[in-house]
Write a protein that binds this ligand. Structure first.
Ligand SMILES: Nc1ncnc2c1ncn2[C@@H]1O[C@H](COP(=O)(O)OP(=O)(O)O)[C@@H](O)[C@H]1O
Ligand SMILES: CC(=O)OP(=O)(O)O
Ligand SMILES: [Mg+2]
Length: 405
């Protein structure tokens, strides 16, 4: 079976094609900067069966891509034509797995996409404005490009459905939960689930108490024990918790009232402010951690404050989740920043010996593929760097849905 996984973001599409049941990755790619004139590009990598860890060929091209449909059409062309060709025909793909960020309370598990499921994903646009529309249009385009395939949705929220009520409820009048479903949902669940399973296997402890730290464009943390999420830092939508590329993270609601009242902001302006103009962009002028690292190296004081605030917030949640777990076996860093930014990891882990965490500075600086233990031998809890693979986890969930064991 061929499973094609699509992770549509607000301005990008990540994709991977797997052969099943071998889990062999056939190709993967990234379509970036969709809709930005002159800047859109596609990177397409093809793997060899014998060496699935490193791509045998890599193609990169810049081309005009006005929207997601144009992007996915180009991906289908790369899959079926030219030197990176991996299938004869779009009909060779039997399953398309889609990352869908917000599943609300309706979806606690992976589901086959029907018109009813699509209507629910549309209804949730307002709660995840940067993500659900892109996910939804990705589904519509894939339905047109792969009409024979079964389309499956895997929700970021699903893994967090095990949170106890005292963790997911807000201290608001009950009717806002029972009638309006206002509660914590949590996001990046596919990633937290994947790295938590890898960490538990590495530690040879299925009951490990883990704090998983996903630091990408969006950032979130989860407290996980025995493969179940006990708490997570994002909430009703993907705005709460950690400082992110362009999102504020935790904020006193009085600030919103002040913006909406005396300062005269509209709801839409507040949404744009919190989703697109805040976080590291608001603090430092840059949203990409590589740019902030460069600014810091050049002595930029705003970049230094940005790093301090970003890492301080993570440290606060480590303290909170060590309490939730009543102990700690490992913290796990993952996603673009967590896997690559040694400075962030060092700043997070300094002075956490109270929680049994001690970083090995030299190991932390090494760049190696795969899972890495960067803790000092004396550290009581492990500090792990684990590359996430949301696409593989999505493919596994698709396979489990369609071929239950
Ligand atoms: N070598 C690196 N050093 C520091 N940050 C990096 C590096 N590579 C990628 N990143 C950061 O990772 C982030 C994107 O992570 P990613 O997990 O791809 O996010 P998303 O899936 O939300 O698009 C960006 O802020 C980028 O700057
Ligand atoms: C939910 C979320 O924040 O996703 P991303 O990190 O891909 O923006
Ligand atoms: Mg991501």
């Amino acid at each position: 079976m061929n499973i094609f996984v699509v992770n549509s973001g607000s301005s990008s599409i990540k994709y991977q094609l797997f052969r099943w049941p071998s889990e062999q990755p056939v190709c993967s790619g990234l379509v970036e900067r969709i809709g930005q004139e002159g800047a859109a590009s596609i990177t397409h990598k093809v793997f060899e069966a014998q060496h699935p860890a490193a791509p045998a060929t890599e193609q990169r091209q810049q081309l005009p891509l006005p929207d997601h449909e144009a992007g996915l059409r180009e991906v289908v062309r790369l899959l079926t034509e030219g030197e990176g060709r991996v299938i004869q025909d779009p009909a060779d793909i039997e399953v398309v797995g889609h990352r869908v960020v917000h599943g609300g309370e309706a979806f606690a598990a992976t589901t086959l996409i029907t018109e009813k499921v699509k209507a629910e994903i549309r209804r949730l646009f307002a709660l995840a404005p940067l993500h659900n529309p892109a996910n939804y249009f990705g589904i519509e385009v894939a339905e047109r490009l792969f009409p024979q395939a079964r389309q499956v949705a895997v929700f970021d929220t699903a893994f967090h459905q095990t949170l106890p009520d005292y963790a997911f409820r807000y201290a608001l009048p009950e009717a806002l939960y029972t009638e309006q479903r206002i509660r914590k949902y949590g996001f990046h669940g596919t990633s937290h689930q994947y790295v938590a399973a890898q960490a538990a296997a590495f530690l040879q402890n299925p009951d490990a108490r883990l704090i998983t730290i996903h630091l990408g464009n969006g950032c979130s943390m989860a407290a996980v024990r025995g493969g179940r999420a006990l708490d997570t830092s994002m909430g009703f939508g993907p705005l709460a918790g950690l400082v992110m590329g362009t999102r504020s993270g935790d904020l006193d609601p009085s600030v919103l009232l002040h913006l909406l009242g005396p300062l005269g902001y509209s709801a839409e302006q507040v949404s744009t402010l919190l989703n697109k103009e805040s976080g590291m962009r608001g603090l430092t002028g840059h949203s990409d951690m590589r740019d902030i690292g460069q600014a810091l190296a050049a002595g930029d004081a705003r970049a230094a404050l940005g790093y301090a605030l970003y890492t301080y917030r993570i440290r606060q949640y480590i303290g909170a989740y060590a309490a939730v777990l009543n102990g700690l076996d490992a913290v796990v860093f993952t996603a673009g920043v967590g896997e690559n930014d040694a400075r962030v990891r060092a700043q997070v882990c300094q002075d956490l010996d109270f929680f049994g965490l001690q970083l090995d500075e030299a190991k932390n600086q090494l760049r190696q593929p795969g899972l890495r233990d960067v803790s000092a031998p004396a550290s009581q809890a492990r500090i792990l760097v684990i590359p996430t693979n949301e696409e593989l986890e999505i493919a596994r969930q698709c396979a489990a849905l369609l071929n239950p064991a």
